[in-house]
Design a protein around this ligand. Structure first.
Ligand SMILES: [Zn+2]
Length: 704
């Protein structure tokens, strides 16, 4: 630990670039402690390009997504010039340090005069052309220059047959839900004793009760056997201006109901599955209100409101996503307190959202206030008798200069040091062996996924990505080999656990569509700049945390001549490596192996140069071992930069669910013993993960 801080302390003596290379180097040579270093690198790097402000694509999936960007948004330091460089705009200096002369993307070249008819303010991103008199803000300028019409991001809604946008019951019934609260004193009592919320607060927020079927995508309950249950209902409100004479208060209407389980508060359903933009508690905003609190969930919002008397709302989707369509609802506020969980994931999201909303008007609330233990959010703080006003008073803005500064890094590093378990990442439900070996799915990493042709790389990756997505990891698929519809169909079967009958289709897709899963679609070019533009767009618009590129060879197929194919692939992998680090997303890249007649693949079997596996944090190879007539397959973890644990997970494929299932040690040994003579491959193989032992220290592992 002292060594880490020493390096940090030396930061003042080093230029940023130097620090980056130092950390990057340490990152590449060390296994065990690389996590800390990679996060430094990430935050430092993100100061340059994080939150590339891409305009949402108006043809995009959500028919109501407006492609909105906040006018409070300020480009990050260096962002404008970085963009100009990346898109070969060759800006020219002027007398004014903040103004650069550039070509106008709209004007045709003049017969004689200069092409450089426009100026851009590199601090604010404002663009103005003297020839065509066009004036654009930063977002619109990006749209003019980047190739945003050459890709589209699809959601699960686009790939199944549309989605229900109507309430499941008449609107009158919906509006009466709050009246039914008195019929369920258990709700009121529970909110009071467990959460410290008063009846007044519940009534202010129009909390109600109603019966709902479970359509929560992370819940594995079979839909057909689910008879519905009485839930607490939380309305999402949207402004509705009808009669300006009647009142000067904004009038609101209910646009969506979130139904949660009594007792746990777990999500049961959204009604309707997709709706126009609305926010919990938005009706509490008065016309003169200039301040709002944005929390992680409804209980936090109500706790914050009850104690501070400020209107408080929460993220709309039960995930760390701030959809573009709700930005207009927040545009009117001069001050926004972002009050998410005070842990690694929550604070990372808070910083991203502050940038999305405009850092000048956002303050980040830290419930722990620097303490190691205690309540991490507003609801817990209320339940444990903390002074929420005092916690709010200590909220601090995310300062522009601090984003890349020492204080900020120190905070982030400290957060990770005191929460080592949170840094382990999101756990797999389907494949516990992955958790034992890789310890979790983390942001900022690059995973290489390979295996022989036809062994089912895409199918397995589809299952793994779906698994993490169900735990709330917003996921983007770039499938260059298999059409999106076929991929989504496979994913839907994996989601349901069996092939769907037409009768089941609608109910299952309703649940499936709640997942934060997105698919890239390209029109023509898939060159690296376009793919990176599309990834940037998806991160801005959908807060994507996991990007899957399937696969490297197909993506780069039509680029360059044959002899520099390896160079193109190296450059692509290098770009993805930097992207993962700088943007804090996990990238999984499928790579075909070299033609190799050995049955077992190793790091050298990955196609391309050694650089590809050197750049990766994790390398997973799907292996096949043939023992007499029987074939055993393995997920073989060949590289693990997080803690070096290497092992293989034996699995079998289940046709019904289109998923793989991990074999137990006994199942594996029984099958492997079919062979009397141990094959060469078997003796060379990495030890199999020992699932019967369970504990990590009993793992039969091979430290790097
Ligand atoms: Zn012009």
């Amino acid at each position: 630990m002292s060594r880490h801080l020493l390096i940090l302390a030396n930061r003042a003596l080093l230029g940023n670039t130097r620090l980056l290379s130092v950390l990057g180097h340490r990152n590449s040579i060390r296994g065990g402690t690389s996590r800390i270093f990679s996060r430094f690198y990430s935050i430092e790097g993100s100061g340059i390009t994080q939150l590339w402000p891409y305009q949402a694509d108006t043809r995009s999936i959500d028919f109501f997504a407006s492609g909105f960007s906040s006018k409070h948004y300020m480009p990050r330091p260096g962002e404008v010039l970085e963009f100009l460089n990346k898109h070969y705009q060759f800006p020219r200096k002027t007398q004014d340090k903040s103004l650069f002369r550039i070509r106008c993307p709209c004007c045709r070249p003049h017969k004689r005069g200069t092409l450089y008819t426009a100026v851009i303010n590199v601090q604010k991103g404002l663009f103005q052309c003297e020839s065509c008199l066009r004036k654009e803000n930063w977002f619109d300028y990006i749209k003019l220059v980047s190739k945003s019409d050459s890709f589209q991001v699809l959601s699960t809604v686009d790939l199944s047959r549309g989605s229900k946008t109507e309430f499941s019951v008449p609107r009158d019934t919906i509006e009466k839900y709050p009246n039914q609260l008195s019929e369920f004193p258990i709700i009121v009592t529970w909110c009071k004793t467990e959460k410290g919320l008063t009846l007044d607060t519940l009534q202010d927020y129009k909390i109600g009760a109603a019966k709902y079927y479970n359509t929560n995508p992370s819940n594995n309950a079979e839909l057909s056997t689910d008879k519905g249950q009485v839930c607490i209902t939380f309305p999402r409100m949207a402004p509705l201006f009808l009669d300006p004479q009647a009142t000067d208060e904004p009038i609101t209407k209910t646009v969506r109901i979130k139904a949660c389980e009594i007792g746990s508060g777990d999500l049961v359903a959204f009604d309707p599955p997709t709706s126009e933009a609305g926010l919990f508690g938005y009706h509490l905003v008065q016309s003169e209100t200039e301040t709002i609190i944005l929390t992680g969930n409804e209980f936090d919002a109500m706790a914050a409101y009850q104690e501070t008397k400020l209107p408080a709302t929460c993220l709309p989707n039960n995930t760390y996503q701030l959809p573009l369509e709700i930005l207009p609802l927040l545009e009117r506020f001069a001050k926004i307190y972002i009050w998410l969980d005070d842990d690694v994931a929550g604070q990372e999201a808070a910083e991203k959202f502050a940038q999305k909303l405009g850092i000048n008007r956002c303050s980040i609330v830290k419930t722990l206030g620097g303490n190691l233990n205690g309540p991490v959010n507003a609801s817990e703080a209320l339940a444990s008798g903390k002074d929420l006003k005092e916690i709010l008073r200590k909220a601090k803005p995310l300062e522009h200069e601090k984003i890349i500064g020492f204080d900020h890094l120190k905070d982030a590093v400290y957060r990770e040091l005191v929460n080592p378990n949170q840094v382990r990442g999101v756990q797999s439900t389907d494949l516990p062996g992955l958790n034992q070996i890789l310890k979790g799915h983390r942001p900022g990493e690059l995973t290489i996924f390979t295996g022989p042709t036809g062994i089912g790389k895409t199918t397995i990756l589809s299952q793994i990505s779906l698994d993490f997505c169900r735990s709330g990891v917003s996921t983007l698929w770039g499938s260059f080999e298999i059409p999106n519809v076929r991929l989504a169909k496979k994913m839907l079967q994996q989601f349901a656990g069996h092939e769907l009958t037409p009768e089941e289709f609608f109910q299952t897709t309703e649940k499936f569509q709640q997942l934060p899963m997105y698919f890239l679609k390209f029109f023509g070019s898939t060159d690296l700049t376009t793919v990176v533009d599309a990834m940037n767009h998806a991160i801005y618009a959908f807060d994507v945390q996991h990007v899957i590129i399937d696969n490297l060879q197909f993506m780069t197929a039509d680029q360059g001549r044959f002899h520099d194919r390896w160079e193109i692939q190296d450059r692509t992998v290098g770009t993805f490596r930097r992207f993962a680090t700088e943007r804090g997303v996990h990238i999984t890249l499928v790579v075909h192996p070299k033609k190799d007649d050995r049955e077992f693949l190793d790091l050298n079997s990955v196609f391309g140069s050694a650089k590809i596996t050197q750049e990766a944090d994790n390398v997973i190879i799907i292996q096949r071992l043939i023992v007499d007539d029987e074939e055993i397959r393995y997920l073989d973890i060949k590289k693990n930069r997080y803690d070096g644990t290497l092992a293989a997970i034996p699995f079998e494929f289940d046709n019904e669910s289109c998923k793989i299932r991990q074999l137990t040690r006994n199942e594996h040994d029984r099958r492997a013993k079919g062979s009397k003579n141990k094959t060469r491959q078997e003796t060379e193989m990495v030890p199999i993960i020992n699932q019967n032992a369970g504990e990590n220290r009993n793992l039969n592992i091979n430290q790097q």
